[in-house]
Ligand binder design. Structure first.
Ligand code: AMP
Ligand code: GLY
Length: 428
């Protein structure tokens, strides 16, 4: 069958890599794709935000399966538009409809949903412009650090955490009142800070029928020792060493099951990947956020661990047979290290030549912000590429990824040298 994949990140490169291994694939199209996906299928230079253009691509190319990688088109309702077209009624679409995607696209909606369904989450209140005094009063009741969140999509950059009450108040005011500010938001969530280890849990779901994918740990901060600004993610590992499987049962009982039940009760039909950003607070799982898609860079370690044919998984999803599928998981230790263009997550340069990828033999290089100009591969985004490796230990896997990154060069490249480091002294 012909498949269309939407997106342009390293997550989409790993999806493309998995899809092209399927025995069911005839041809893969990617819109808009990146340098890496152009080597695996045909990149179509169309923005995925133009839903009518996407429809045309599906019809012209006899597409039978559409996989939507990023959140933006999902939150903007691409699935509803595609599903409402009678010409596309036999096309399988992997991604949730607009209402369901609000679990990521609207944090107030997500928090209300968590509360309504008794899903443990940080104490919070949502405020708009006219309620700044009440917001200050709520901040004063909380203990530092203070957490402020933009209500809508912010590409991982909509969260401010500060221990200084005066700074928290001034940022809150900027978010609500300064329309031209990069952090402006009509509604701001003020939240209690939770302390604990975070983990990323993903399921592939069709209603209450779902498959639990391997867990991962994501490194969100730009700087080493988890310092500096939040990013989309600078690296990931899977499995998480010494991961306690009793904790996983708690996540199922207290977070995943009530979420799926709550969606059914609200008559929201969830189809696709659903990501739970979980934090372990003294062995109680709390839900920080939902994402209506796979994480990036989590996908770069989770998907390579899955040995099943990914198109077969999508067909099982369509038939609501996911819960009877046996996942065949690679039990080696996987890691990925993300290399970015210096300056990211703020201003950064693009159009820099990338060399050395061909010299990498022991790792998989998944490209994100890259583009070909003729035969020259150049940078085209903040998170340029991800080096994924596997080995019998985390130490060996990390050595492979860092060796790979030393062979690759582009101006202003930067990557964290401490991905997975906190687990290394626990391993041989
Ligand atoms: P979110 O977009 O809600 O996942 O937030 C991004 C990151 O900010 C999370 O992965 C956490 O590292 C941090 N964060 C968000 N909310 C909280 C919270 N209530 N307590 C502690 N850290 C948080
Ligand atoms: N790595 C976290 C995310 O994709 O949102």
């Amino acid at each position: 069958m012909n498949v269309l994949l939407l997106g342009s990140g390293a997550r989409e490169h790993v999806f493309a890599w998995k899809i092209t291994q399927s025995k069911l694939l005839t041809k893969l199209f990617i819109t808009p794709g990146n340098g890496g996906t152009s080597e695996l299928g045909e990149n179509l230079d169309v923005t995925y935000n133009s839903f009518e253009e996407v429809k045309k691509i599906i019809l012209t190319n006899n597409i039978k399966l559409v996989v939507i990688g990023p959140e933006e088109p999902l939150v903007n309702g691409i699935v509803d538009i595609l599903k409402s077209d009678p010409n596309l009624k036999n096309v399988i679409i992997i991604g949730p409809q607009k209402k369901a995607a609000q679990l990521e696209g609207n944090k107030e909606f997500a928090k209300t949903f968590m509360q309504k369904n008794n899903i443990p989450t940080a104490k919070y209140k949502a405020f708009t412009k006219g309620y700044i005094k009440e917001a200050y009063a709520f901040l004063e009741q909380l203990n530092p650090p203070y957490v402020l969140k933009a209500n809508e999509l912010a590409k991982g950059k909509g969260v401010i955490i500060t221990s200084d009450l005066i700074h928290a108040k001034s940022k809150l005011k900027e978010m609500l009142w300064s329309d031209s500010s990069k952090i402006a938001s009509e509604t701001v969530i003020v939240e209690e800070f939770l302390k604990g280890n975070e983990l990323s849990i993903t399921i592939l779901a069709n209603g209450s029928n779902y498959l639990l994918l391997p867990e991962a740990k994501d490194y969100k901060k730009i700087g080493e020792n988890n310092s500096g600004l939040n990013t989309g993610g600078m690296g990931a590992i899977s499995p998480i060493p010494n991961y306690n499987h009793q904790f996983l049962s708690k996540i199922k009982q207290q977070i995943i099951d009530p979420t799926l039940k709550g969606l059914t009760q609200s008559k929201i039909d969830y189809t696709g990947f659903l990501y739970f950003g979980v934090i372990n607070v003294n062995q109680t799982p709390y839900l920080l956020e939902y994402n209506c898609r796979m994480g990036d860079p989590e996908a770069q370690v989770v998907l390579p661990r899955i040995k099943n044919d990914i198109i077969e998984l999508f067909l099982a999803l369509e038939k609501k047979e996911l819960s009877s599928v046996k996942l065949n998981i690679d039990e080696n230790q996987f890691c990925t290290v993300v290399s970015v263009s210096g300056g990211y997550p703020q201003e950064f340069e693009i159009n820099k030549n990338i060399t050395g990828i061909d010299e990498v033999t022991d790792s998989l290089i998944f490209q994100g912000g890259t583009k070909y100009f003729g035969k020259n591969l150049t940078t085209n985004g903040g998170r340029v590429l991800s080096a994924t490796s596997s080995a019998t230990s985390l130490k060996k896997a990390l050595e492979k990824s860092y060796t790979a990154l030393k062979k690759i060069h582009f101006d202003y490249e930067y990557y964290r040298k401490d991905i997975g480091a906190e687990f290394l002294n626990q391993q041989s």
